[in-house]
Design a protein around this ligand. Structure first.
Ligand SMILES: Cc1ncc(C[n+]2csc(CCOP(=O)(O)OP(=O)(O)O)c2C)c(N)n1
Length: 374
């Protein structure tokens, strides 16, 4: 179905979400039609924030909002769904549109397969009725679903449309930001300076690029934890490691992920491990799922880091400036934040990690042991 028609049939005037590759057609259509971060369309920090913003919209307009998310974000909506939206609390109607990665019977990455199996059972547990939308779902069928959903929404219930990959189509949007350094070039430079130190990469293509760089150089994968899922948490994983390990720990974050759980920065700054280097590849986009904008374009990330207690915070936008700050980070021991202003994009032939997460974990732990504890 055309995403445009899907939006019309839902009949909402407010959409908020975190972008998803399975919902790319819908995300591109919303960005093109409404822009972002205004009263019609908000790309929020995380899916829980979307549920809350949707509640705000309902409270002020009485109109039913739409929250879109990848099923990875289901966990993030559980708390507001249970303690804010629930008919047993405020009873706020919301239409969830959930991209279904890891759908049973299809092949997907390990971080999606368990969540894929639990997508519908979680909705059952939350007493949220759902309908499945596939390529075969026509406009009439969707209109029928919305008619069925109407009385539930009127009674302050939430409903979900669980969307199979590619069911909603739209012309592919291209997102640009004027930067030239690529994420892959930045990661390659980081590995020049990180040597044998552990590297924690964020969810999405950053980890895939790191994996391929190590493949190409034949240097093995034992230094790297790829954080294939758990978006927004790589800096907290790095914090947990840095507090125990004597080696310098390099965290390669993304701006979308950083913003998703930005509260971690306050805790990292407060704990201030002297051996942590927190690098954010800032392309102002959720590049891994299509390039839709994040809120980073209006945020001064190094200033936020400094305000949170990071001892040093830098910004680099070229190979030479990045080299300079990486060399400082590698030679001094102080909690350091580095923003790398990067282009939106990646190689079309970028592969996926061929080492399963369990093997990655075992080799990584062995490597950490060899580096010694604090
Ligand atoms: C909780 C959760 N929500 C959404 C996703 C889908 N997702 C995977 S990567 C990604 C974009 C990450 O953006 P950013 O951190 O800026 O890194 P970039 O892709 O730009 O390198 C998203 C939204 C996810 N994996 N988990």
């Amino acid at each position: 179905m055309r995403a445009e028609r899907f939006i019309q049939i839902l009949g909402a005037d407010f959409f908020t979400g975190v972008p998803d590759s399975a919902l790319k057609g819908l995300c591109d259509c919303l960005c093109e039609r409404f822009g972002t971060n205004n009263s019609r369309h908000l790309i929020a920090a995380n899916e829980g924030n979307c549920a809350a913003a949707a509640a705000g919209h309902y409270l002020s307009t009485g109109r039913v909002p739409v929250v879109y998310l990848q099923n990875s974000g289901e966990g993030n909506i559980i708390n507001p769904a249970a303690s804010l939206l629930s008919p047993e609390v405020y009873g706020i109607p919301v239409i969830f549109v959930i991209g279904w990665r890891g759908r049973p019977g299809t092949h997907d990455e390990p971080q999606h397969s368990f969540q894929g199996k639990k997508t519908l059972p979680l909705l059952d547990t939350m007493e949220i009725p759902y309908w499945i939308i596939g390529e075969e779902t026509g406009e009439e069928e969707l209109s029928g679903i919305m008619e069925e959903a109407g009385p539930l929404l009127k009674n302050g219930r939430q409903v979900a449309l669980v969307v199979k990959s590619g069911a909603l189509v739209h012309e592919k949007a291209v997102y640009r930001n004027g930067c030239s350094l690529t994420r892959e070039e930045a990661i390659s430079l980081i590995t020049e300076f990180s040597g044998e130190d552990p590297v924690i990469a964020t969810t999405g293509k950053a980890g895939r690029e790191l994996f391929e760089l190590r493949e190409r150089s034949g240097s093995g994968h034992h230094r790297d934890l790829l954080t294939v899922g758990s978006m927004g948490h790589c800096s907290s994983i790095a914090l947990g490691i840095a507090m125990d390990t004597s080696a310098r720990v390099w965290c390669i974050d993304g701006d979308g992920a950083l913003i998703m759980h930005m509260g971690a920065m306050a805790v990292i700054g407060n704990a201030s491990p002297e051996n942590l280097v927190h690098i954010v590849i800032n392309n102002c986009a959720h590049e891994s799922v299509g390039g839709m904008p994040t809120a980073a374009s209006s945020a001064d990330l190094p200033a936020i880091a400094r305000a949170c207690g990071y001892r040093r915070a830098f910004s680099a936008d070229s190979e030479s400036s990045l080299r300079e700050v990486l060399s400082r980070a590698a030679s001094e021991r102080e909690l350091t934040f580095i923003e790398v202003k990067a282009a939106i994009g990646s190689r079309p032939d970028l592969g996926r990690p061929t080492v399963p997460p369990s093997e990655n974990k075992a080799a990584f732990m062995e490597h950490l042991r060899s580096l010694g504890r604090k």
